[in-house]
Design a protein around this ligand. Structure first.
Ligand code: HEM
Length: 111
């Protein structure tokens, strides 16, 4: 089993600029919760088609603050850390909802 939990078919295609730009969109929608929920749910649905698994979101939001902290240096503070934690909890919670809904609607397997 691979020591890297993201399957090779998934990680070579990730584009950091797209991800950060979309995260910016997610943050800018915080004042418009209905649109935020719809956009995030649609994003997660598209990611299911890309082969992204639910556990990858927790991993992503564990690594992202570390990368941002390393990049931002002194500009990373407790308030920034707390804000990113809340973004992570929100997106991971929405992702869990979408994966549960998709699993509930999936046709039964023959196993
Ligand atoms: C909140 C977290 C994330 C955001 C905001 C994000 C954003 C994006 C965006 C904007 C795209 C472009 C295509 C589209 O809009 O559907 C994309 C594609 C993709 N993302 Fe993410 N992503 C996130 C998390 C992840 C995670 C956790 C993985 C898996 C490790 C992942 C893997 C991919 C892959 C494989 C593609 C398709 C790339 C391609 O073939 O063009 N993403 N993502």
């Amino acid at each position: 089993m691979s020591a890297y939990p993201i399957p090779p078919r998934v990680y070579p295609t990730m584009r950091p600029n797209q991800v950060l730009s979309m995260l910016g969109t997610v943050v800018s929608l915080f004042h418009n919760f209905p649109v935020l929920v719809r956009s995030t749910n649609e994003l997660v649905e598209r990611h299911i088609a890309y082969g992204v698994e639910l556990a990858h979101y927790d991993l992503f939001f564990t690594l992202l603050p570390k990368v941002l902290q390393a990049e931002l240096g002194d500009r990373w503070d407790a308030a920034t850390a707390s804000a990113w934690k809340r973004v992570g909890v929100l997106v991971c919670t929405m992702a869990k909802g979408v994966y549960s809904k998709v699993a509930a609607n999936a046709p039964p397997t023959l196993e």
